[in-house]
Design a protein around this ligand. Structure first.
Ligand SMILES: Cc1cc2nc3c(=O)[nH]c(=O)nc-3n(C[C@H](O)[C@H](O)[C@H](O)COP(=O)(O)OP(=O)(O)OC[C@H]3O[C@@H](n4cnc5c(N)ncnc54)[C@H](O)[C@@H]3O)c2cc1C
Length: 558
């Protein structure tokens, strides 16, 4: 038996039990109050942020989460003495009082702490060549210029362009929170108009700066953070991601679950709470107004504001009654937009500390070569083609508290994509953990391929894996309710950024949207959407008061 098959057999025989790491209270109809000021469907970071901010405005808010633990993609799970995050590998700009950091501090009453990664937060690997993205704009430029000495000007121009482009997001976000009439007036000013290049492809924009295909491929090396390879992605999204990390990568101290854990007390200060196993079946509508929700157990809850953090496709094709969704035009709009890529993942547990195992606080982006789009295309056509993107993260190395919780242990996570949901659809209706031998064989194959990519970079880890398991798009669909297992909600295409209805306030009174479909994916993208949604719910004057509170940092019960 080979080394690899020993490891995978070990993981197969490990009992797949539900994680004991649970954040939030278990829902039962008799545990919820009769009246709330707002109901939030889904406990992703967007939903939690809206709920905490509304609570700070004195509103009693209930958050209903179908999963067994709160947090959406920010949840973490524990199995066999190891713990992994699922959608928080690193967050940018947490080392200074940025807008994101200020908001996190406010909604967690300063309880959420951050640890900085290595100065080289991302390592882009093209075949046998390695390129580091180093924290600090100047360091970032200097490091790349060492490897691309002929392209110094292009690198300078690139960084300037990224920064200039991200500035438009402030205006785009403001407009989303404003009443439509006001947004139209603001839109008349030419200084607010998004320049055409921002919605051109990342590849085209970078090609305008340099002909060096390798440099373009390196600069696009984080494309997995939004899910579109360079010839499909829009430069605006590319710039949002790249600029977000210019000041380095950060990780929540105590692991990703600390995000929900530290925010929930702020939701409770005004009488609200977060319930898990709380599956919302329908948004209730009466007299052209959203008035409440019906739970899967038949119980109904009522509130003047209903906020959906469940993604626009779920909201308009599953939760809102079909006739209402169709009449308002939302069903077609939401289902016409393409979905983001789906992914598969691998969760590894190792005996030994990060130091002993030489695990870095640097993410690895492993690519075959500089041809991102062609490699993705080949993999889309044939899933046996070489993996076009293998991303490796070392969460236990990034979290300074990990050794206190799991002494002498370490974890690694691997993500690959884009995966074809259709390849997995046949098992979608089967129970999680019991999808049969054929499905297990498919996972086995993925496991071998992911491990091979890891061992190529870190051969010293061969034989050190104590526990492993593989997730597929069905896992994302099961735990976070994205029907096709999409990692980032709607795809971040040009088309998506042109949809002015993707904003918190819907045309149905009382119904609001929040989360990654409102502005952009990413923890901070969804967090900011949470703030915009809370501002929309409390209206213009309330929004002003809320902004003052966030700035002052003073919380009720703090
Ligand atoms: C593999 C992966 C890695 C990532 N890495 C990073 C990273 O390193 N850094 C970063 O910034 N971002 C990362 N992201 C993206 C980031 O995690 C997400 O963009 C963000 O967390 C989404 O937040 P959200 O508010 O939209 O809610 P989501 O996290 O999407 O949560 C929505 C919640 O709604 C619940 N729900 C849906 N329907 C119902 C219903 N009917 N009833 C009750 N509840 C319901 C779901 O169960 C889910 O919990 C990653 C994502 C993935 C998939």
């Amino acid at each position: 038996m080979t080394e690899k098959s020993v490891e995978v057999t070990a993981s197969k025989t490990n009992k797949t039990t539900l994680s004991t790491l649970r954040i939030g209270k278990r829902y039962r109809a008799e545990r919820v109050a009769a009246d709330y000021d707002a109901i939030v469907i889904g406990s992703g970071i967007g939903g939690l942020c809206s709920a905490a901010l509304l609570s700070q405005m004195g509103k009693k808010v209930i958050v209903l989460e179908q999963h067994y633990t709160a947090g959406g993609f920010t949840h973490a799970y524990e199995r066999n003495g190891y713990e992994w995050d699922v959608g928080v590998h690193y967050i940018g700009d947490m080392g200074r009082k940025s807008a994101g950091r200020g908001l996190f501090d406010f909604i967690s009453a300063g309880e959420l702490k951050w640890a900085e990664m290595d100065p080289a937060y991302d390592r882009i690997i093209l075949g046998d060549e390695k390129f580091d993205f180093v924290a600090g704009k100047q360091n970032f430029k200097d490091s790349l210029k060492q490897q691309f000495p002929q392209d110094g000007d292009a690198i300078d121009q690139y960084v300037d362009l990224v920064i200039a482009t991200t500035k438009y997001m402030g205006y785009i976000s403001q407009v989303k929170a404003m009443p439509s009439a006001m947004a139209k007036v603001m839109g008349l000013s030419s200084k607010n108009k998004l320049p055409d290049y921002a919605l051109d492809t990342s590849y085209n924009v970078l090609k305008g700066l340099t002909d060096n295909e390798k440099l373009i491929a390196v600069l696009c090396g984080q494309w997995g953070d939004h899910g579109c390879p360079p010839k499909e992605s829009v430069f605006l999204m590319h710039a949002l991601i790249a600029g977000h990390y210019f000041n380095g990568g950060f990780y929540p101290v105590g692991g990703a679950s600390r995000i929900a854990e530290t925010i929930i007390p702020q939701i409770q200060v005004s009488g609200g709470d977060v319930f898990t196993y709380a599956d919302v079946a329908e948004i209730l509508v009466k007299d052209n107004r959203a008035i409440g929700v019906k739970m899967a157990d038949g119980h109904s809850l009522y509130a003047p504001s209903i906020i959906s953090n469940a993604g626009v496709v779920n909201t308009f094709s599953k939760l809102l009654p079909t006739e209402v969704s169709k009449k308002l035009g939302y069903q077609k709009k939401a289902t016409d937009l393409s979905r983001s890529m789906s992914h598969a993942g691998m969760y590894l547990g190792l005996k030994g500390t990060a130091e002993e195992l030489q695990l870095p606080k640097t993410n690895l982006w492993i690519y075959l070569d500089e041809h991102h789009d062609a490699n993705v295309e080949a993999f889309r056509k044939d899933s046996n083609a070489p993996l076009p993107l293998v991303y490796v993260s070392f969460p236990s190395a990034k979290d300074p508290d990990f050794q206190c919780r799991y002494p002498g242990r370490s974890t690694i996570e691997i993500v690959i994509g884009p995966c074809d949901y259709e390849q997995y659809r046949q098992w979608a209706d089967k129970t999680w953990g019991k999808r049969g031998d054929e499905y297990e064989a498919l996972k086995h194959d993925l496991s071998d391929r992911m491990l091979a990519a890891l061992y190529k970079q870190m051969p010293h880890l061969e034989g050190k894996i104590d526990y492993s398991e593989v997730s597929t798009p069905l896992s994302t669909s099961h735990f976070c309710r994205y029907e096709h297992g999409q990692a980032y909600g709607l795809a971040h295409t040009k088309d998506r950024f042109k949809q002015d209805w993707l904003k918190p306030k819907t045309s149905l009174s009382g119904l609001y949207l929040t989360g990654q479909d409102v502005v952009s994916c990413g923890v901070v993208g969804a967090l900011m959407a949470g703030m915009l949604t809370a501002m929309s719910v409390v209206g213009l004057r309330g929004a002003g008061q809320l902004m003052k509170k966030i700035k002052s940092g003073e919380v009720i019960g703090g």
